[in-house]
Design a protein around this ligand. Structure first.
Ligand code: ZN
Length: 452
């Protein structure tokens, strides 16, 4: 142990892998977990000790699907189907610029940090021309908040004139997309074990991109050694769209284009046939389950218990805030359990299974399960310390208090051993300013009075 160590002690530890420890300690050195065990930590001169009495420590939560820019368009189109919601919002999103993206991302990421998320992916797919460097804007926002960030360079090239859903003004040319995507991979993607930033390639959805873009994106991602992400099988409208325009189901279409594999994860995957679940399992293709968004848009309930039984890797995602206002990753664990049980009975998904989806299985979707997602010696010290004292202490099982109950207060969030949140307050940046910037982003995008 060295003078630079941090020690968390007197905590209930739920490591996700290995036995839970009712009263234990975790030692952190150089941003990694160097020891954990029952009882107090051994004496260590100069180490920073954090007393976690009354707290549950879990791995930091891993968000596998998001659209941070949507922080600026929450609370709109409250009663629309996905296609109606998208059609209405595309017109607003067409006005975004780097400032909107930066401010929305800062607020959205701060919110995730404050609710226990240590690694966030983002799927940004609208790049109107001449509005600044939107990708860099969200990268800067993530660095300021201090979360591990996996931005996915999204894209759309199939506007209405080509039979797609988005208006032509928000789509890009296929070649421009591929060039820009290769550039951001080369510029930002960091493969190191401690990496704070990895990029994925992510055309938006089958109904907004061309077959060429899907094929070429897969080739580009494999050439660069990065992961692939997109939306799939979110609604019955999409299933009908694919069968009408492509002559096959969404999963068949993606398989044809080389988009099934252990380096791919799809958001949603709600409307799957039994054989499609088997294809996903056989190929190791992952899913980002977003239960709040799916329920909010009335899209349906993914067959999570059956996906897990088949061996499909399933992580959780909050999805964009325009379809899941102010949603937290802890809230998604709860929502996942409740929705599965509501339709498939009380053994469909357990508290510890949900915690695993929200941590280690999500990390697998992002290709980070050797580095994060569980509390094990040698892994990065990404830890969420939840207050489960007071009223919550009445719940017999701390993991149940976290997953079945509303999101507990956060005593501490560590990312690579660095304190990002302490006592429910962001410590890396000014929380009130980020919140205010999130409101400004909405005003600027919606051209509200006095914002221009
Ligand atoms: Zn989404």
């Amino acid at each position: 142990m060295s003078a630079f160590d941090t020690i968390l002690e007197n905590a209930y530890i739920a490591p996700v892998v290995g036995e839970e420890i009712a009263n234990g300690h975790i030692v952190i050195g150089n941003g990694r977990i160097t020891a954990l065990g029952p009882g107090p930590a051994p004496e260590s001169e100069g180490a920073q000790r954090i007393d976690a009495t009354g707290c549950l420590v879990t791995p930091g939560l891993v968000n596998t699907h998001h659209h941070l820019y949507q922080w600026a368009t929450q609370g709109l189109f409250q009663d629309a189907t996905l296609f109606e919601w998208l059609t209405g919002l595309y017109r607003l999103w067409a006005g975004m610029d780097a400032e909107v993206v930066h401010d929305a991302a800062g607020a959205g990421l701060a919110w995730l940090a404050l609710t226990g998320c240590s690694t966030a992916s983002d799927h940004h797919y609208i790049f109107p021309t001449g509005r600044g460097d939107l990708f860099d804007a969200e990268v800067r926002a993530a660095a300021a908040v201090g979360l591990r960030f996996h931005p996915c360079r999204g894209s759309m090239d199939r506007g209405q004139s080509e039979g797609g859903l988005p208006p032509d003004e928000v789509v890009e040319r296929t070649d421009d997309i591929l060039t820009a995507t290769a550039e951001v991979v080369d510029r930002y993607h960091d493969l190191s074990f401690d990496s704070m930033l990895r990029v994925a390639v992510a055309p938006c959805s089958p109904f907004s991109v061309s077959e060429t873009l899907l094929r070429e994106s897969a080739a580009l991602a494999r050439d660069k050694g990065v992961r692939l992400h997109t939306h799939l099988a979110e609604t019955l409208d999409e299933d009908r769209y694919c069968r009408t325009h492509m002559g096959c189901t969404p999963v068949e279409y993606m398989e044809k284009l080389g988009w099934l594999g252990a380096d791919v994860w799809f958001a949603h995957a709600i409307h799957l046939r039994d054989w499609e679940i088997r294809r996903l399992a056989d190929t190791g293709t992952g899913i980002a389950h977003c239960p709040s968004s799916n329920a909010r848009l009335g899209a349906g309930i993914a067959r999570v218990s059956e996906l897990l039984a088949a061996g499909v890797p399933v992580g959780l995602g909050v999805d964009g805030a325009a379809s899941s206002e102010l949603t937290s990753m802890a809230g998604e664990m709860r929502q996942a359990v409740l929705l599965q049980r509501a339709v498939r009975g009380p053994t469909a998904l357990g508290a510890r299974q949900a915690l695993r989806l929200g941590t280690l299985d999500g990390a697998r979707n992002l290709g980070r399960d050797t580095e994060i997602g569980s509390i094990e010696v040698g892994k990065l010290a990404d830890l969420a310390v939840w207050r489960i004292d007071g009223f919550r202490a009445a719940v017999a099982d701390p993991v149940c208090a976290l997953v079945f109950g509303p999101t507990p207060p956060l005593a501490r969030l560590l990312v690579g051993g660095r304190t990002v949140v302490a006592d429910g307050e962001l410590r890396t940046a000014a929380q009130d300013e980020l919140a205010a910037a999130g409101v400004r982003a909405r005003a600027r995008l919606l051209r509200e009075e006095g914002s221009r």
